[in-house]
Write a protein that binds this ligand. Structure first.
Ligand SMILES: [Zn+2]
Length: 378
């Protein structure tokens, strides 16, 4: 905490307004500050059909993993011209976007082309010969827009706005976790066309899955083994070990520590963990959320500075949260932030060993990554 700010209120002082889009999807406006009187009353005038539908999930009997079949997503918006950006506010009613109002701070709405949705379509193909039956791709896919400014980037958001983004993440995590059909809530941001971003407007996403995704399942199993072997909590013990060793710690706050994982698999990778054992973003207290808004931007800034001569490094920032149901106690909140850019103009491709076998080879060392992330600190 900065000197002189002790005792200052740290709670979020904004407000949330929930509305509905023309096809019935929810849209939530998160304002940085409370406003007097009615707000965000603009009505979506588009002639949209009913709620978007999701496809199905099929069980891969070879790996034990669920695969989502979302054929309808082939037609989704791909890198539209700036004038047709669906995440801009609707400044001209004759030219409506996904956001009916003419301005907003942070806005969250259900994706028009979802991988998972509350309403799913039947595929009509034959039942699997053995193993679990196909199921609907039930779930929720939120789009979280960080700014009404098409050219903005997360690193440049004012501190108060970043705090509102954190609040939106936390509140949506809580809302989706309350759905008994949801097993895992994943908050993430992809940046850069190298990652496959189809809209350049600054935004992130939230996926609420009806099953435990593979990495979440692996984390739970490893945490279970660790508990049986040592009685400890895996993710808490990893954090303590990194803090004790210090070699790969790149940032240490009052409530959060960032470190490069001992077995980092990406050419740029850093994890951020809260000091307190919390299952998810919804469980953070005000002081933790306030510091998170600051350290998150600082980490992104360092990633941007990682490669000399590259201004905007493509990255994926993903929040691993505890499962919402069974084995919740084995999970613990942490961020995995990584880039597949290994040098200016050179991408780390997931080729034969990684894509075909799932066996990772990193061309640098985690210690070197940590050195660089400390070197470029603000
Ligand atoms: Zn835009």
């Amino acid at each position: 905490m900065a000197p002189g700010s002790a005792g200052a209120p740290q709670g979020w002082t904004g407000q949330v307004t929930e509305r509905t889009l023309a096809d019935g999807r929810p849209i939530l406006y998160f304002d940085d500050a409370r406003r007097a009187g009615p707000v965000h009353e603009a009505v979506d005038q588009r002639p949209l059909d009913g709620l978007p539908r999701a496809g199905e999930v099929r069980y891969d009997v070879l790996t034990g993993e669920w695969v989502t079949i979302a054929g309808h997503r082939m037609n989704r918006t791909f890198l539209p011209a700036a004038a047709d950006c669906p995440l801009d506010p609707t400044r001209d009613p004759a030219h409506p976007s996904e956001v009916p109002d003419s301005d907003y701070d942070v806005v969250v709405f259900a994706n028009q082309f979802p991988s998972f949705a509350p309403v799913a379509v039947e595929s009509g193909v034959e039942a699997p010969p053995f193993g679990p039956a196909d199921g609907p791709a039930y779930g929720h896919c939120d789009v979280v827009v960080f700014s009404s400014d098409h050219e903005a980037s997360v690193v440049d958001l004012p501190a108060q706005r970043m705090r509102t983004v954190v609040e939106a993440w936390a509140q949506r995590t809580a809302a989706h976790s309350a759905d008994p059909r949801i097993a895992q809530v994943f908050v993430f941001e992809n940046r850069g066309q190298e990652i496959g971003v189809t809209l350049t407007h600054p935004h992130g996403q939230i996926y609420a899955y009806p099953f435990l995704p593979p990495r979440a399942g692996q984390l739970v199993e490893q945490a279970r083994r660790h508990r049986e072997a040592t009685g400890g909590h895996l993710l808490a013990d990893v954090l303590r070990a990194e803090q004790a060793a210090g070699r790969r710690v790149v940032l240490a706050g009052e409530h959060w520590t960032a470190y490069v994982p001992r077995a980092a698999r990406w050419p740029v990778e850093v994890h951020l963990a809260p000091h307190r054992d919390v299952p998810d973003l919804a469980a953070l207290d005000d002081a933790e959320k306030a510091e998170l808004a600051v350290v998150y931007q600082e980490l992104l800034r360092r990633v941007d500075r990682f490669h000399p001569g590259v201004d905007r490094v493509p990255y994926i920032a993903g929040w691993h949260q505890a499962p919402t149901g069974a084995d919740r106690e084995l999970g613990r909140l942490h961020l995995q932030l990584f880039s597949l850019l290994r040098a200016p103009g050179k991408l780390k491709y997931l080729a034969g060993s990684e894509s075909g076998m799932g066996a990772w080879i990193n061309d640098t060392t985690p210690e070197r990554i940590a050195d660089r992330l400390r070197e470029v600190a603000s």
